[in-house]
Design a protein around this ligand. Structure first.
Ligand SMILES: C[S@@+](CC[C@H](N)C(=O)[O-])C[C@H]1O[C@@H](n2cnc3c(N)ncnc32)[C@H](O)[C@@H]1O
Length: 247
């Protein structure tokens, strides 16, 4: 797709996008070019693979997005379930991983129908900021149900209230510089400022939590909460947690 077609697509869908899932289900330009989306998902897959407890582990990547490199996780795990609320994202995933026998794609309804304790690791990276507080509480209850008693939940890229657009911008530029897409990122930053993402962020907002607030939310949902030394994603000002179900 040419970039002018892409922008046209963004403008057309803006009239129908009413929530964040609608945004992720539509054409968008969050990733500034092919190199950006590739290194992003490679880094995410590397990080998730690092949390996999063993070769038999059953892993759920919740709100996985395009998950371009989940086959890297599948190589070190027993099974990987990729779940996303956006139907077009799920279609892409199913097509991409049709030949990887231990990767399955699941809708939110599919997850609800699964029995208790079926996952050893659940990862939700860069998802909770797009959830209402009610939805977050509902999902934490679902993740707790789906986790084995000795399972681990990673909730990553939680945005503290004092981390704003400038922090995100500087982190993106650093990431782009390190990974060889700086020029594209400068153009991308301008494009994003005028994109459906910015408009939706103004309309709907995104959820932000201090470390203490998010710890309290995890505790109330029946988890222990440990802040990880670094964030799973490229902005070190955002926070990642490892949580375990309390018996
Ligand atoms: C910022 S993207 C993150 C994608 C991926 N986890 C990553 O690390 O790049 C947020 C993703 O969460 C998904 N999402 C948002 N709300 C969701 C929900 N309630 N249930 C499942 N997926 C959701 C969106 O469709 C989108 O693909």
């Amino acid at each position: 797709m040419r970039s002018d077609e892409h922008e046209q697509g963004e403008q057309n869908v803006m009239t129908t996008i009413r929530d964040w899932v609608g945004f992720w289900d539509s054409p968008h330009s969050i990733y500034v070019n092919a190199r950006h989306i590739d290194v992003h998902y490679r880094d995410i897959a590397t990080a998730i693979a690092g949390f996999v407890p063993g070769p038999q582990a059953r892993v759920l990547d919740f709100g996985c997005g395009e998950a371009l490199h989940s086959d890297m996780v599948a190589k070190v795990a027993g099974t990987v379930v990729l779940s996303d609320a956006a139907p077009s994202v799920r279609r892409n995933l199913a097509e991409r991983f049709v030949r990887v026998p231990n990767i399955a794609v699941a809708s939110p309804d599919d997850l609800r129908a699964m029995p208790d304790g079926v996952f050893d690791l659940i990862v939700a990276n860069s998802v909770v900021q797009y959830l209402s507080r009610t939805d977050l509480d509902g999902l934490l209850a679902e993740w707790r149900r789906l986790l084995a008693p000795d399972g681990v939940l990673i909730v990553a890229d939680v945005i503290p209230p004092d981390v704003g657009a400038l922090s995100d911008l500087l982190a993106l530029l650093r990431y782009a510089w390190t990974n060889g897409f700086l020029i594209a990122s400068l153009i991308g930053v301008v494009r994003t400022a005028f994109s459906s993402y910015s408009k939706l962020r103004q309309q709907l907002g995104i959820a932000k939590y201090t470390e203490e607030e998010f710890r309290a939310i995890l505790t109330k949902a029946g988890f222990t909460a440990e802040r990880l030394p670094g964030n799973m994603e490229h902005n070190p000002a955002r926070i990642s947690f490892r949580a375990r179900p309390v018996a």
